[in-house]
Design a protein around this ligand. Sequence first.
Ligand code: F6R
Length: 368
Amino acid sequence: EKGGYDYFMLKEIAEQPRAVADTLLGRIAADGRLVLDEMRITDQELREVDKIIIVACGTSYHAGLIAKYALEHWAGLPCEVELASEFRYRDPILSRSTLVIAISQSGETMDALMAVRHAREQHAKLLGICNVNGSTLPRECDGVLYTHAGPEVAVASTKAFLTQLVAVYLIALYIAQVRGTKWGDEVFAMIQLLAQMPEKVEKVLETMEPVRELARSLANERSVLFLGRHVGFPVALEGALKLKELAYMHAEGFAAGELKHGPIALIEEGLPVIVVVPPRARAVLHDKIVSNIQEIRARGARTIVIAEEGDETVEPFADTLIRVPAVPTLFQPLVTTVPLQVFACELATAKGHDVDQPRNLAKSVTVE
Ligand code: F6R
């Protein structure tokens, strides 16, 4: 059932192009518009939304952090992202025009379910993003958008995460389409580009051997840092989470802009730092991160740089360069997360750990 792979996790990483394609399937009409009727939330209801709050845990929370950039940009709505375990014990300010989006692969995470109930008490509209048909979350929500990752067996989430990203892009672009924000040019073009993402993810997977080699060479390190900006910041958090849970290694993700506010003190000779570089098209973001790479390298860090194909500016400052296909900035997490999954998986395997069943972790956290 592992389809020839040693671990489910390896199989699930490899399945990602298919999972992304299946999550797009049937949702882009022949005329290039999105069709999400299945969501059970009407266009009229979406037009009335004036604020979005996303609640989730762990890797699903990282998908939520990325969703914020897409929802603000395309849907033009204020968006907050909350850890479900914090949200449920606070007094959030919600109304009938608030859309609460709960993201959960399993649909059974207790904190996510409790956050949804908490939001219901204040009459918010509730939308679930979920991978398991017939689980509890879709029943607790007014509407649901299913991801079609297929069963995810490995405890660490990989393909479910990529499909959650697809789901939030679909929702952000759909709200833009319904509300008329930027409809006609950028949104239409983005839907077409989203349809190409399965091939882009496939291309990343074809070039992972150097990443596996790198991972094996770092198996005895004590700590790895991850840096990113914009949507690269949640990707850095996700890369660090994967390394913690699989390799039991100290790993932290930072927003690159925060370096000078503390984390740069951690940089020492030889410390591996993985940096996610935004597309060159976002010149301001891109150039800032190139300066960050220079700053940490000058202090002795071993720089491992993930950058798009054709980006030559990073070459002089990268001890190791990992290439990903050029895609729009907001979609970049679909291609930059994959090398980080492969990295964590290979490093943990090199240390002799069972990547499907990391110690102390359960696939769905149904207790508090
Ligand atoms: C990390 C991981 C967990 C889950 C979290 C939420 O690899 O798998 O952090 O993302 O427990 O689970 P769901 O999405 O089922 O609510």
